[in-house]
Design a binder for this molecule. Structure first.
Ligand code: GLA
Length: 358
């Protein structure tokens, strides 16, 4: 789909559901996190990039007392009274509307290309909705404000106590750079993708493992409270403030393991800022091992896929990406090799695996 086709296509789809065109249409991308996993709720560092897949949201005021919300992916329309939250996909939209301070009844049409499972499909939906509302009401909100509102939608309306990485990435990242973000200060910098002096800029390959994420929410919240307990025991505000693994020695074994992941992952991100593709890839491999053994948020089938990628010629490194418990994996591969790598690895992996980026 080209930019030029997009508006008329969305106009027509909106029209088919609501009988007239939308007032605004906005989009926001999903993200893939290259390094810095499970660090953003402890003030740490992350390195995500946007993926080409976007969520699209079209909005028009309807003059009534109910929002009418249509998901093209689900083929479902929900009616939710203004001021109520609703269920299913509604909270992402009604939460965004409420936090944007909008009191009108709206017709909202949403469609998303962002695969679910580790690529921030929810943040993309929140950010596309908030961008549409910002445009429709000329809201004086910058891109960081929108990301912070998106995170509040998760906390207050969806019930997921996520960090800020996904919303910041959806709001501020692009597909050609990594967004180096300090999740405590929100200071950020766009960096070129890792390169290899012989082969040039590396490619990002994302494969969906086909493993549906189970227990992701409860596992996520459990990890979050474990590292909060660890920082409390260590007397620091956040594990971001711990640099030495030796400082974790006094912790009970399980908490020590969890904290060690966060501390070493922060160090890996800082090291990656100056790394060429080969070095960056080794840091990704180390990140996966840490997520698998210390943080225990991977999945046996995901580990198989990651190991296949790590062994494949043309791959600098590979790891799970996102919250884990199934979902997507990311590999850094030599320029021009992504397609061949994906084909070779998926032939052996089989199952429900599929290439989703590039
Ligand atoms: C989810 C959360 C993020 C982050 C990652 C793990 O995507 O939404 O805030 O914690 O998991 O790095």
């Amino acid at each position: 789909m080209t930019e030029a086709e997009a508006p008329s296509q969305f106009q027509a789809s909106f029209g088919a559901v609501f009988g007239r065109g939308p007032e605004v249409t906005a989009q926001a991308p999903g993200r893939v996190n290259l390094l810095g996993e499970h660090t953003d709720y402890q003030g740490g560092y992350v390195l995500p990039a946007a993926i080409p897949q976007q969520a699209t949201v079209s909005v028009a005021r309807n003059g009534g007392k109910q929002h009418r919300l249509h998901s093209a992916n689900l083929g479902q329309t929900l009616s939710v009274p203004v001021g109520e939250v609703g269920t299913g996909f509604a909270p992402y939209l009604t939460g965004s509307v409420a936090l944007a301070g909008v009191h009108d009844a709206l017709d909202i049409w949403v469609s998303s290309e962002v695969p679910s499972g580790g690529l921030s499909s929810s943040a993309a939906l929140e950010l596309a909705t908030l961008r549409a509302l910002r445009a429709l009401y000329s809201l004086p909100l910058d891109d960081v404000d929108l990301a912070l509102l998106g995170q509040r939608v998760e906390h207050e309306y969806v019930g997921v106590m996520c960090g800020i990485m996904d919303q910041m990435a959806s709001s501020l990242a692009d597909t050609a750079h990594m967004l180096f973000l300090d999740t405590r200060s929100l200071e950020r910098r766009k960096l070129p993708l890792p390169a290899d002096s012989a082969r040039g800029t590396a490619q990002i390959l994302v494969i969906d493992s086909g493993v549906p994420r189970r227990l992701a929410e409860s596992g996520y919240n459990e990890r979050r409270s474990q590292v909060e307990e660890a920082s409390l025991l260590l007397g620091v505000t956040q594990l971001r403030d711990v640099q030495e693994v030796a400082a974790l020695d006094a912790l009970p074994e399980r908490l020590k393991q969890r904290a060690r992941h966060v501390v070493t992952e922060n160090a890996r991100v800082l090291e990656a800022l100056h790394a060429d593709a080969g070095h960056f890839g080794r840091l990704m491999n180390a990140s996966h091992a840490s997520l698998q053994h210390d943080y225990e948020v991977s999945h046996p089938q995901v580990d198989v896929l990651v190991a296949l990628l790590q062994k494949q010629a043309g791959v600098y490194g590979a790891r799970m990406t996102g919250a884990g418990f199934g979902g997507a994996v990311v590999a850094l591969v030599q320029a021009g090799q992504a397609g061949a790598v994906a084909e070779a690895v998926l032939k052996v992996y089989g199952g429900e695996g599929r290439q989703v980026v590039p």
